[in-house]
Each structure stands twice: as C-alpha cells, then as structure tokens.
Design a binder for this molecule. Structure first.
Ligand code: FMN
Length: 229
C-alpha cells in the first residue's frame, strides 16, 4: 500500500500534464464572416442647441482620448440634428446619465430633434456656454469645444448612416454632489447606464473585481539593460 500511493500520485501528475498540454494546443477561437462588436458601453447624452431648440441625443460610441488636453471623441451620424448643431456651433455637452433616466435616454436615442422637440425631456442647466445645455442629475457633465473632426466615410446610398468623429476638449466639468466619495465619482451610488447591441439592452455596472494597476498582477520578467527598446 505504501508503494502504491507515490505511484498513483505520479500517474495523476502525468495525466494532468497531458490534459494541460492538450488544452493549450486547442485554440478556442473560430473565424467567422463578421460580428457586430458592441461590448457593454457607457451611455452619454450629447447636448446641443439646434438654432434656439435645446436638443439631446444618446451616444454609446464615445470615449476619453487624451489626458492633457482633456479630450473626448464621439462618433455621430451625419444625418442627426445633433451633427448639424455641432457643425454650426463647434461645441456640445456630454452628460453621463444614471439608470433612473433609462426611459428618457431611450426616447432621445430613438427620436430625432428634426421631428420632435426634446427640450423638455431632461432638467437642463448651463455653464459658460449657452449652446451646450447639460442634464441636471447626471453623474457628471462636460462642456466641450470641438478641436478636430474626421469624416469617417461619405454618406451615400450604400452608407446612409455614415459618421463623423468629433474630437472635443473639455472646458468645464460639473459633478453631481450626491455622487462623489473620497474626491472621486462613486458609481455605486449613482449607477451609470451601459448598453449592448446584442442583446439590444441596457445594463449597469456589476461587482467590483479589484484594484487595477496592481503590481501583484505582473508575472513578467523585465528586459535586461541593453535589451530594452
Ligand atoms: C443606446 C443608444 C446608443 C446610440 N449611440 C449612438 C452613437 O454613438 N452615435 C450616433 O450617431 N447615434 C447613436 N444613437 C442614435 C441617436 O441617439 C438617435 O438617432 C437620435 O434620435 C438622434 O437624434 P437627433 O437627430 O436629435 O440628433 C444611439 C441610440 C441609442 C438608443
């Protein structure tokens, strides 16, 4: 009996290694024709003035682009009223809504200001720029000025939904007094809205999975002097 235990342990070790090596050889990915990739994205409300009309549209395709200057990029369809207003005014606002505002966010993301007056949908406030209305009760709002724009593709019959990427610099920042903890935005108190294309749904953040930029996560050995590029 004493002899069989080490033999059994050895067999388990060999067997598990065989399985492990088989696993790493097996590729889990498969090539497909294409897939619509819209992972859970935070939602923003883009505020503009189209003439005298206050207008908001929902945008998922926006992101922070630079630290200093503080830049955001947002991709907006050329046919939207928001696009026309930004081209005319060279400015807009970004407000990050909370989950309480999902019905309103959905409505201004379906209906165009060309056909509907959306000025009463949200409680509006202004900072320095009267052409950049913002949404009161948001997690945070930014007054932005366009510094660059890229026409991503010409709008035509094949591409009726063509977008322009607007790159804008933040001029003023407004935070919700109820959503700041330890001098930072507290997403557990004021929950942001996330959106996925497939399934076509709204979500919010889940559990906190731990700190990022954690050195304990680094298992790589640094390059030696002279090897570093
Ligand atoms: C969840 C969601 C996300 C959206 N994201 C974008 C986006 O990133 N860019 C865009 O051009 N349109 C986006 N839209 C569509 C516009 O919000 C929508 O067409 C809106 O009615 C345009 O309004 P406007 O014509 O008054 O500017 C989104 C809509 C929804 C519901």
């Amino acid at each position: 009996m004493k002899k069989t235990i080490p033999i059994m342990l050895m067999l388990i070790f060999i067997f598990s290694n065989v399985i492990a090596s088989e696993k790493t050889e097996e590729i889990q990915m498969e090539k497909v024709e294409t897939i619509f990739y819209d992972p859970p994205l935070p939602i923003a409300l883009i505020g503009t003035k189209a003439g005298e009309q206050v207008n908001f549209m929902t945008a998922a395709w926006f992101t922070r682009l630079e630290i200093d200057p503080y830049l955001f990029g947002v991709s907006i369809q050329k046919k939207h009223l928001t696009h026309k207003a930004i081209m005319e005014n060279n400015c807009f606002s970004i407000s990050i809504p909370t989950v309480d505002l999902i019905p309103q966010v959905d409505a201004v993301g379906m209906l165009s200001g060309k056909d509907y007056d959306k000025s009463e949908v949200f409680d509006v406030f202004y900072g320095d720029n009267e052409k950049s209305p913002m949404v009161d009760g948001s997690i945070v709002s930014f007054e932005c000025e366009v510094v660059n724009s890229v026409s991503l593709i010409e709008a035509d019959e094949v591409h009726p939904n063509a977008h322009t990427l607007f790159i804008a610099e933040v001029k003023n920042v407004w935070v919700n007094k109820n959503g700041v903890k330890d001098n930072a935005l507290d997403y557990e108190t004021l929950k942001p809205i996330l959106w996925t294309f497939s399934p076509m749904s709204y979500w919010t953040i889940g559990e906190n999975l731990g700190q990022c930029f954690d050195k304990d996560n680094v298992k790589l050995v640094p390059k030696k002097k002279g090897e570093a590029k």
